[in-house]
Design a protein around this ligand. Structure first.
Ligand code: PGA
Length: 254
């Protein structure tokens, strides 16, 4: 049985006071203990949010990292720095990194390896554009991203990753994939995990859905057999909405 994970990706939003207030509200919220909760603030507020989270059980994640351990890489942040401020997770290959910053599968693969080597958990994002979907290429695009981003990893390493399926056309647009559309891709990913690694890996890895997840659609999405949680952008910026999504995930924990 995979434990649901609800992750909030705050992106480039909030200031220090708002980030601390939101994390404090989440610590104090009445939420299910059957669901793992993760929040990913901007790098610059990780330290402040980490202090607020304390031993609340809410995990802290970063939105990106560089793969080198240190040195002359102006503007970048290392896995060691993230561990130092209490991060346990790192989102990698988010569609905004792929499409706005031009990140490739081979760069993302280096980052996934660095994150695993540092003992952190990667949340690897994959997903097709509207153009890909309309051309019937969803399965092929997702497979290429999956294989490229996870290249050269052992089954044991892949078992330590979280995958997030985020159709690009559903991110920040208010258009959510239907539960059936999402389930179809999640099942493809689960099969890839089985075929390329083994059944243990496919049974263990959590596959989150992301793209306009809201309190009113979360429950239907998470009732699908291969959807193990959500990566939430806009709706994670308000404590009550994010808590409602956490509690919706709980309904599916038998
Ligand atoms: P959204 O973002 O929930 O605002 O669509 C999801 C994401 O990009 O992780």
């Amino acid at each position: 049985m995979r434990r649901p994970l609800i992750a909030g990706n705050w992106k480039m939003n909030l200031n220090r006071a708002d980030a601390v207030a939101l994390s404090s509200d989440l610590v104090n919220a009445d939420k299910s203990s059957e669901v793992d909760v993760l929040i990913c603030p901007s790098h610059i507020y990780l330290d402040a949010v980490s202090s607020t989270l304390g031993d609340s059980g809410i995990s802290l994640g970063a939105q990106d990292v560089y793969f080198e351990a240190g040195g002359a890489f102006t503007g970048e942040i290392s896995t060691g720095m993230l561990s130092d401020v209490g991060c346990q997770f790192v989102i990698l290959g988010h569609s905004e990194r792929r499409h706005v910053m031009g990140e490739t599968d081979s760069l993302i693969n280096k980052k996934v390896k660095a994150v695993l080597e540092a003992g952190l958990t990667p949340v690897l994002c994959v997903g097709e554009t509207l153009e890909d979907r309309e051309a019937g290429n969803t399965e092929a695009v997702v497979k290429t991203q999956f294989e490229g981003s996870l290249a050269d990893l052992s089954p044991e390493q892949v078992q330590k990753t979280v995958i997030a399926y985020e159709p690009v056309w559903a991110i920040g647009t208010g258009k959510t994939a239907s539960p059936e559309q999402a389930q179809e891709v999640h099942a493809d990913l689960r099969k890839l995990l089985n075929d390329r690694y083994n059944s243990e890996t496919s049974e263990q890895v959590r596959i989150l859905y992301g793209g306009s997840v809201k309190p009113d659609n979360a429950s239907n999405l998470m009732s699908q057999p291969d959807i193990d949680g959500a990566l939430v952008g806009g709706a994670s910026l308000k404590a009550d909405g994010f808590t409602a999504i956490i509690n919706a995930a709980n309904q599916n924990v038998a």
